[in-house]
Ligand binder design. Structure first.
Ligand SMILES: *[C@@H]1O[C@H](CO)[C@@H](O)[C@H](O)[C@H]1NC(C)=O
Ligand SMILES: *[C@@H]1O[C@H](CO)[C@@H](O)[C@H](O)[C@H]1NC(C)=O
Ligand SMILES: *[C@@H]1O[C@H](CO)[C@@H](O)[C@H](O)[C@H]1NC(C)=O
Ligand SMILES: *[C@@H]1O[C@H](CO)[C@@H](O)[C@H](O)[C@H]1NC(C)=O
Length: 339
């Protein structure tokens, strides 16, 4: 007798298939759960994913009153030149006008333009921007800082000898040529991405000369950048100058074209970048010495005081107010007490 499938058999097959799919999915998510809980040790009460909900995130960005969508693509890409002609009305640090050829050569040499996949693929990215302020001294925040998915450090802020307060992991090191040193590995991890913030055309020229081992041109810098720079070219990124432009426009409310000599500090720029890229933004090492305390150093690793900052091109008072407003709006959180 031959077996003739009926409609009822067909339904049973469907049911079995359905159950099988459910079982596979359940197993997968169970193993994914195991993996994620072993990859990341237990969440710290300050560094957890409770604020990571797409709706919340969107609402939060809207509440910041920025008239621009979130941009999670941080770095310049070679394709930007091939698929759309890169037109920029502004020159560095706000745009690329006049620096296109330097950048093109730099991007051809670095050949990687992304964040590492293990970070990019996270559903919820917890970030900490570690500033260089003296406020981080004796904070013992090192182990909390290390628990974040993305740890952003600024310029030459060291870690060796300061691990207890500042941690020892670095995902992104935001720098400009004068603020870096011959061997960045001394103060970073092997997989730290070195993110150039180009302030002026010579900054990109410097990077091009390093990557192609060309003769170094030493003029046009406030002080000489390193002539030798021991960094794997695949770990080099160039921050999209659009972030400097948007930080100035959206946060400092500078109107372009501007004769203003003020521009955002690298710290404020890093905060704006984190707000764009991350789901949770924490700050450590932000803040300047109180006015009445002339003797307190500005940085945790250097002794100079506010006296030396008098000619700074940053509006530090305004930046402080902006960070305070973002804190009140729930967009970011300080990991230590601050003014
Ligand atoms: C998660 O973090 C929030 C603050 O961001 C805190 O209020 C909450 O208690 C934390 N939850 C856990 C389970 O640690
Ligand atoms: C955004 O604008 C609203 C309305 O003007 C204001 O109440 C709110 O404080 C602003 N948010 C921030 C973060 O500045
Ligand atoms: C940090 O702690 C050390 C050792 O306890 C102490 O000597 C120093 O004064 C402290 N510095 C600050 C800024 O609190
Ligand atoms: C950070 O410190 C911990 C504990 O001392 C160590 O296991 C780890 O390898 C260090 N990581 C880096 C990137 O230096």
């Amino acid at each position: 007798m031959t077996w003739i499938p009926t409609f009822r058999h067909f339904l049973t097959f469907l049911q079995i298939g359905f159950l099988f799919i459910i079982a596979v999915l359940t197993c997968n998510s169970f193993f994914a759960f195991l993996e994620s809980s072993s990859a990341k040790d237990s969440p710290h009460p300050l560094v957890n994913e409770s604020r990571c909900n797409a709706w919340e995130k969107n609402k939060q960005w809207k509440n910041l009153n920025f008239s621009t969508p979130r941009n999670t693509k941080l770095f310049m890409k070679l394709e930007d030149f091939f698929w759309k002609r890169y037109v920029s009305q502004l020159s560095l640090p706000f745009g690329l006008k006049g620096s296109e050829m330097f950048l093109l050569k730099v991007l051809a040499a670095t050949a990687s333009y992304e964040m590492p996949a293990h970070i990019e693929n996270l559903k919820c990215k917890t970030c900490v921007v570690v500033g260089n302020s003296f406020a981080i001294k004796n904070s013992s925040l090192g182990s909390i800082i290390n628990k974040h998915d993305v740890i952003i450090r600024i310029n030459n802020g060291p870690i060796r000898g300061y691990e207890k307060d500042v941690g020892n992991k670095t995902t992104l090191r935001i720098f400009y040529p004068e603020s870096t040193s011959t061997n960045p590995l001394l103060q970073n991890d092997v997989d730290t991405l070195m993110v150039l913030v180009p302030f002026k055309p010579p900054d990109l020229r410097w990077l091009k000369e390093i990557l192609y081992d060309e003769k170094r041109v030493r003029r046009d810098f406030t002080h000489p950048p390193p002539l030798i720079w021991q960094v794997d070219s695949s770990k080099v990124r160039v921050l999209d100058p659009g972030f400097m432009y948007q930080t100035s426009k959206q946060m400092l409310r500078i109107k372009f074209p501007s004769k203003h000599h003020f521009r955002p500090s690298t710290g404020l720029l890093a905060v704006y970048v984190a707000l764009n890229y991350c789901d949770v933004v924490h700050l450590a090492g932000f803040g300047y010495p109180p006015k009445q305390n002339h003797k307190q150093p500005v940085h945790y690793f250097e002794t100079y005081t506010m006296q030396a900052m008098k000619r700074s091109p940053h509006d530090l008072g305004l930046e402080g107010q902006i960070l305070k407003r973002l804190e009140k709006a729930g967009a970011l959180m300080y990991l230590h007490p601050h003014l």
